[in-house]
Write a protein that binds this ligand. Structure first.
Ligand SMILES: *Cc1c(COP(=O)(O)O)cnc(C)c1O
Length: 421
């Protein structure tokens, strides 16, 4: 990528022409005239999703009815799709299952760990460690668990940079999000896993902003427990179910507190008492949301044949380009990037602080350039290498410049706060 010569739109087109992943964009439906830079919040719709869901509705449900639990494989779908996701996150077959929302999956793993009799019997381990910048739902769920267990564990909230040193003998479990939803800062999983092992504690990782965005090696980097989101970079659609990863060696000993029948070793035995499945199935709870899992399967299929190293290289090239264009073309307009300059600690989105971030974001969305706003003053832009083009970066920055220089963002209609930002 040229870094010294001035960039032009034609130069960006040239980058697209030479992009080895450019064909992957055909796997999505993105309306003409839309520059979509919010795949980190809701992945774009895969071209194959409508037909996959329609077939499940019309043929499997409409015609075959309840037989489809067997004939269409509905009963095993959470494990089958989990196995399909596994290579994207560096997990082994049988270590991932699709289930519930990320919030609920955090509850299952964290409450499961904290309810272990051996840990309860060790009063010096009294903290649930997390970081201040963690995604709110993660912190809320941890607070709920602390209250539910009558304050046996207290939340310890530290700055991200203090996590490694805070992993000590007082920690009962840590809840750490790999990639910061605001800044895009990415922790070193192996360094933190090592620190947790030394301190004799466990980390539950939240991979919501990393699965499908950056290569992950859960087996190799010593990860024991993780959850993540299906509707962001995995393109599973609004409210898609999330996933649970539990290292093989922990599956037989970790109990989920949500002991529902789909986690039973033999749900259709209709036995009187709960007996957890010996494997990853025990992290299911109720009946799987089949339509959602089918759509998530189509989302995960958009990664078929994609080399994750190329994906990462393109993600970084896109964010470098965007940042450079902001520096070149919007330098005097009051934006300050809050994302890490160092590429190795940055995932796949950038955030820019601005005094008028909210109305500027609304104004560019009005012109078809879709990012999002995050409190208190951030404009966030996600780069999803399967469908984001280099010209999209150019067009987005040109639109930002136009909206600010013209003062178009001052229009009253861009000031009103929507329910979802
Ligand atoms: C998006 C996101 C979630 C979402 O949780 P839901 O239960 O699906 O609403 C949780 N944690 C993080 C870090 C996220 O980025």
């Amino acid at each position: 990528m040229p870094t010294t010569t001035a960039l032009t739109r034609a130069a960006c087109e040239k980058l697209d022409a030479g992009d080895p992943l450019r064909h992957a964009r055909e796997r999505f439906r993105i309306a003409d005239g839309t520059v979509y830079l919010d795949g980190n919040s809701l992945g774009a719709m895969p071209a194959s999703t409508p037909a996959a869901v329609a077939q499940t509705i019309a043929r499997d449900w409409g015609t075959d009815l309840i037989r489809s639990w067997n004939t269409a494989g509905w009963a095993n779908l959470p494990q089958v799709v989990g196995d399909r996701l596994a290579p994207l996150i560096g997990a082994l077959p049988g270590e991932v299952v699709i289930a519930d929302s990320t919030s609920i999956n955090i509850f299952k793993l964290l409450a499961g760990i904290l309810s272990r009799p051996a840990l309860l019997a060790e009063p010096s381990r009294r903290f649930i460690l997390t970081e201040r910048g963690n995604f709110p739902t993660d912190i809320y769920i941890a607070e709920g668990i602390s209250a539910m267990l009558a304050g046996r564990y207290q939340l310890k909230v530290v700055e991200g940079g203090a996590l490694v040193d805070s992993l000590d003998e007082t920690v009962a479990a840590a809840l750490i999000t790999h990639v910061d939803y605001r800044s895009g800062f990415m922790h070193s999983m192996s360094a933190l896993n090592l620190a947790a092992t030394r301190a004799g504690t466990s980390i539950v990782w939240d991979l919501s902003h990393s699965a499908g965005a950056v290569p992950l090696q859960l087996s190799e980097n010593g990860t024991d427990f993780a959850v993540g989101c299906g509707y962001k970079y995995l393109n599973g659609g609004p409210g898609a179910p999330g996933f649970v990863y539990v290292r093989q060696s922990h599956q037989a000993t970790l109990q989920t507190p949500l002991s529902g029948w789909f986690g039973h070793t033999d749900p259709f035995a209709f036995a009187l008492h709960y007996a957890p499945a010996p494997d990853i199935r025990r992290f299911l709870c109720g009946t799987p949301p089949v339509l959602g899992v089918v759509a998530l399967n189509a989302g995960i299929a958009t990664f078929d044949g994609i080399d994750l190293a190329s994906l990462r290289a393109k993600s970084l090239a896109l964010s470098e380009l965007f940042w450079q264009l902001m520096d070149d073309r919007c330098a005097d307009l009051g934006f300050a990037c809050v994302s890490p300059r160092d590429k190795t600690s940055r995932a796949s989105h950038l955030s820019f602080a601005h005094m008028h971030a909210y109305p500027i974001m609304q104004a560019i969305i009005g012109r078809g350039v879709i990012g999002d706003f995050r409190q208190p003053n951030l404009m966030r832009f996600g780069f999803t290498p399967l469908y984001t083009r280099f010209v999209d970066c150019w067009d987005a920055v040109a639109t930002i410049r136009e909206v600010v220089v013209s003062g178009a963002w001052r229009d009253a209609k861009f000031q009103a706060r929507n329910q979802v930002s």
